[in-house]
Design a protein around this ligand. Sequence first.
Ligand SMILES: *Cc1c(COP(=O)(O)O)cnc(C)c1O
Length: 451
Amino acid sequence: MTQHKYLLPESEMPTQWYNIVPDLPEPPPPALHPGTREPAGPDDFAPLFPMDLIMQEVTQDSYVDIPGEVMDIYKIWRPSPLFRAHRLEKLLDTPAKIFYKYEGVSPAGSHKPNTSVPQAYYNAKAGIKKLTTETGAGQWGSSLAFACAQFGLECEVWQVAASYKLKPYRKTMMEVWGAEVHPSPSDLTEFGRQLLAADPDHPGSLGIAISEAVAMAVESDEIRYALGSVLNHVLMHQTIIGEEALLQMQMAGETPDVLVGCTGGGSNFGGLSFPFLREKLKGNMDPTIRCVEPAACPSLTKGEYRYDFGDSAGMTPLMKMHTLGHDFIPDPIHAGGLRYHGMSPLVSHIYELGLVEAESIGQTECFNGALQFAKTEGIVPAPEPTHAIAAAIREANRCKETGEEKVILTALCGHGHLDLASYDQFLRGEVEDSTWDPQQMADAIATVPVV
Ligand SMILES: *Cc1c(COP(=O)(O)O)cnc(C)c1O
């Protein structure tokens, strides 16, 4: 009998998040204050985040206990299942073994509640009344709306205009959980008004939506801002994915040879891969670990490694990361969650150290892979993890040529039930391959301050 899914009981859910920083051969470069260009201290982040999260951002502890209140909410959907993709393997006629850790079982349908719940918890504990945030495809906004509802916090979301139009039910989902949602750019902030004056149909970008949400948060002591990716504490919260997957791969009696994950800001990738990278650094296994990004927004494979702002208006601390320039507006591809101009400083640092690889894939190959996956495994993936699926299929096809029985592990970090408009366009032949414009990047990089 073949086993298809590996399930952990609630009693074996990991009780700590993993911080990879102390295990790295070199520490990552610090964030810099946008004005003084000196390393940013905890007080510089205080208008944006509660102190517990700021301390997690810079902690040197290898493990941080998950609070009981957070564990209780995690148990709505965690531990999440690990699947062996037997049917996809058969379709591909590959000797490779493909495993996927499925995060679409969360209430919002993605991995994002792994961090929205602790973020809402620490803000509520600090007496904060409201959280503001941005959202691309709507996954993060809905995850934060869900988490705020659990802790009685208000939630206000700026959704990138292109996705606000394409994914109206994400907005409804956020409203069901009690959030207020605006398209971005909006006329609620100075920056948004400037952009709308120049282009009333501005498609928006994650960087712009971040600027708007940050501008609203710094106006009041009772409001803070929450970021769904990029930062160290966010990636740390996501390591629950990899810690569970390690135990589940043990149940399957397998060790991954290749680990692939889609990277927008790096959180589902870091969450799955960091516990495996810890084991690799300890010499317990030796998987190849690969980031997969969209060809339209190739921050790791084409961007420059330098200090840049996290947002478009230049309000956030400067972070050293692979960036296309904070002014870069990627093609409006369907994987809205991967349309970010930069990459997590931690993933960027680890990439610079040569501990992980990266590749970029265009969106038609991703949708084709998604259809193969959906027809065999059944789950309709969100457009973002179709990049990881396409990369896993590439790897499995290479195994078919060489006869290698590699074990491939990936994160299916969200389902695509609210992304069916994208699939509809693809099925009608209206999705073009994504491209990016090197000149636009050169222009955007030219405006990045030299530090
Ligand atoms: C937000 C999101 C992403 C991109 O963010 P990462 O931080 O790179 O994980 C990818 N997939 C899904 C389903 C998302 O919701």
